[in-house]
Design a protein around this ligand. Sequence first.
Ligand code: BGC
Length: 476
Amino acid sequence: MDLGNSTADVGSPRRQLSVYFVSAIAALGGLLFGYDTGVISGAQLFLIQSFKLNAQQQEFAVSCVLIGAMIGALIAGRVNDYLGRKRTLIALAILFTAGAILTAFSPNLVFFIIMRMVVGVGIGAAASVVPVYISEIAPSQVRGLLATFQQLAITIGIAVSYWFDLLFAHLGMGWPPMFAVAAIPGILLFLGMLISPETPRWLASQGRWEEARATLERIKGADPERELKDIRDSFAVEMSQGSLRDLLAPGVRMALVVGVGLAALQQFVGINTVIYYAPTIFQSAGIASANAAILATSIVGVVNVLSTIVALLLVDRLGRRGLLITGSIGMVIGLIILGLAFTPAFHGGGAGFTLFALIVYIIAFAISMGPVFWVMSAELFPTRLRAVGASTSTFVNWLCNFLVSVTFLSLINAIGSSFTFWLYGIFGLITLYFCIRLVPETKGRTLEEIEAYWLNGRKWVPVSELPESVRSQHGD
Ligand code: BGC
């Protein structure tokens, strides 16, 4: 990845700054996604004491945020189109900030769960609105790079949440400030979005072409005419179709299978049992104190961020498939070791062995399924179906996230820790097979080439060489 070249492509120094600054502001939404999902890992150890939770209540206290996220993912598309990207992100910032403060003051479990669901709506919505905002505001030359910033922001949010969990655990302040701290990035997102522009694409969709032009002149610079023409052309194609039913048309259907398959497998390999339950896992591996368990977890968080940076640097060299295949093998190995760590024979290895296994696993996830799913969820679909395709796979991702996290502790009770992790390992093997058989290498391909790939029965062909019957059937 050549940051120097990409930067040069954007235009004059003033515009470069705007694009990166504005994208970084929007990425605060990703940071909140990461923080608000990661914070529960350390907080739950204290919630168990405050609210006297049994295993089922603990699972639900952890997972209820995901129900909100599913709702958020479903409604985000419409709200985003109705209010506009900027106002939607401002509304989400208010929701995040109010939710963070009210969660901290929860007097009982029911109030806590309701507040976590409210914050969850914000998380689910932000997960889909932020990439739309960034992709619509960013020049095409740096759009891919900026799209992967979202996953980096998510992992930074998770790591920061672990450190705050650790800090407040050390200070003996328990769970309330752990949640309240999320108000700070919420306020920053609110203030930042107030001074950020609406996207030219949304303004144009409302017929506000002069404002769209003014925004383009401010952000993308010298060639607003060409950008406006691109927007007009893409509208002409997108307006023609775009419902869920169109996703089931022959050819395109396979794009949906790959998008939804990656969404489900990203969760079925068990990533969030580690992200949400790592301190619990460390405790059951023999670390007695909550503080030490959270410290071990915070190491996992930092490794997650660093590995994501490695993925950013590799994704344009190794390609998506290379990362997915290497990562899947790594995840299977990590999960086998993790399962072994909980067998009587290896239990003497204790917490160090468990930490090692989790680090192998998290590196493998962070260089593969973590970033690559979010990148591919947008680029897999034909232009006119991109929004509906991406929101469908995002929804499936939250749904499967919920299914895995709500069953994790019960699974451990039913079949034991070792078999639970080996079960996720089986999904790692399925992921490997799925990626080898079905996931195309989209590195370096234009979106039109990817579209032609699906329409041509999963064979690469220049768009101009598609049979006429296929082109007219799909409205090209
Ligand atoms: C996943 C999240 C997960 C995070 C961990 C994301 O790509 O969608 O569910 O918590 O990665 O880094």
